[in-house]
Design a protein around this ligand. Sequence first.
Ligand code: CP
Length: 354
Amino acid sequence: MKPVIPTTRRLRSTPPAPISPFPYHPGSLLSVLDLTVGGVSQLLIRATELENEDPILRDHILAKRRIALLFYESSTRTRTSFGLACKALGADTTLVSSLSSSIEKGESLKDTGLTLRALGAEAIILRHNSSGAAWLLEESTRLPVINAGDGMHEHPTQALLDLRTILTHLRPGIAGVAPGTLAGVTVMITGDILHSRVARSNMLLLPRVGARVLLCGPKELLPEQAARSGPGIEIERDFDAALAQSRAVMMLRIQAERLAGLQLDLDEYKANYQLTGQRLAARAPNAVVLHPGPIIRGMEITAGVADGVQSAILEQVTNGLAIRMAVMERALAADTGVPADRSSSVGGQNGGRT
Ligand code: CP
């Protein structure tokens, strides 16, 4: 007997035809490479429109649409902002977390996704500790899946909100982006780049809008091959030299949960790579300081810098809400067909995800 795939409340047609090695939904956002530069620009512009929209009118955009947040890892910023973004558009949301669900009893990601779909979920926002989990969930459910961070791989909405924050500071008044929008701008990313999905998504996105990405950190957390991740990416091991070249300084925490036995001398790390007020004033007095959070004050960044006038850390959080509204509207607008921002990329590098 053929397996029966349960229909969703709103699925009015069969899932879209496969355009990559497995069927994937045009509303999904698994990687920043799912978006053309034009697609990124549309999301940035729409984020601003939605932010400025009358809340009463905005509440109708996804009225009563059902969205599941499926979180296998802890989160404050991403989970809360996705939840609030969905609610701001009028959607009904439910949160399933690995610690209070049948995942604890051993239920698989696939079965959890199919269960949510059978309950009427029309899109799933997934955070998972395994790289690639979002692809598996999409393949299993054929729903739009939004990658809210998969292991050490990608965190696409974080890169979009980081881009919005950088634009606000370095290109004020510019709503969208084109391939040269950040030409001449060096964005430095310092810290645990090896384990960072935030670094990876930014490395895949920022050079496409013209930025130079300068990676900084010790060899244990920043292997040489990172410079070969793509065009526009370089390594500078000397923190002060990197700072002096940068207009945006993105600090990352050391991800203790992913070090897997790697021993680091934390005093040496702080001496070499901690962003202090003194260093910032001496080398990058006009740079904007970013951090995706959570911040470990006194480790990668001092409290004075985190709370200082150059810090845009809380702006990043606020920008997450606007970006995630635009991403969720896109997710549920595309029940069928391939939107324009993807059709030209089919068959390109990265399995069509250019
Ligand atoms: N930036 C980020 O992903 O933060 P959370 O882990 O708190 O969601």
